[in-house]
Ligand binder design. Sequence first.
Ligand SMILES: *[C@@H]1O[C@H](CO)[C@@H](O)[C@H](O)[C@H]1NC(C)=O
Ligand SMILES: *[C@@H]1O[C@H](CO)[C@@H](O)[C@H](O)[C@H]1NC(C)=O
Length: 145
Amino acid sequence: MEPPSASPHRGHVPWQGLLLAVLVSPLTFWNLPTTAQLAIESVPFTAAEGTDVLLLAHNVSENVKGYTWYKGERGIDSHQISIYLTATQGIIPGPAYSGRETVYPNGSLLFQKVTLEDTGFYTLQTISSDLQAEKASGHICVYRE
Ligand SMILES: *[C@@H]1O[C@H](CO)[C@@H](O)[C@H](O)[C@H]1NC(C)=O
Ligand SMILES: *[C@@H]1O[C@H](CO)[C@@H](O)[C@H](O)[C@H]1NC(C)=O
């Protein structure tokens, strides 16, 4: 004897089946709005020359396997500050690394002894274990004391 839900008695496809197919389709899944948006916050909001600034990464997804920090808003390879791999906790410095930046395991970036030239946008890109990339930018504003 079959369970009652296994076979529809009429010739149509049950709508529940269609709904399930839509929900589990990888394409649809990809397009679902992410519940938590990656965001960067500069702490403090403006910093005196020579002080330290923390770029806090908020809403980092839990299965992140790597971070890349860039100077600027666009995430250009030649402006890479450093890559952080969560598996090894290894940091690979990039062309824009000045020796004053530290990436923490949670993706936040500590910028030490900021100069006026450090004013500008910084971009974090995260890669999750299912190879989904997310990007967000924050702004550092340095003033002369
Ligand atoms: C985290 O994501 C939620 C949902 O998108 C959003 O409302 C919240 O503002 C985000 N947090 C920050 C600090 O941006
Ligand atoms: C990330 O880690 C740093 C250093 O431990 C900490 O200061 C910061 O608050 C953390 N960021 C978040 C968003 O929790």
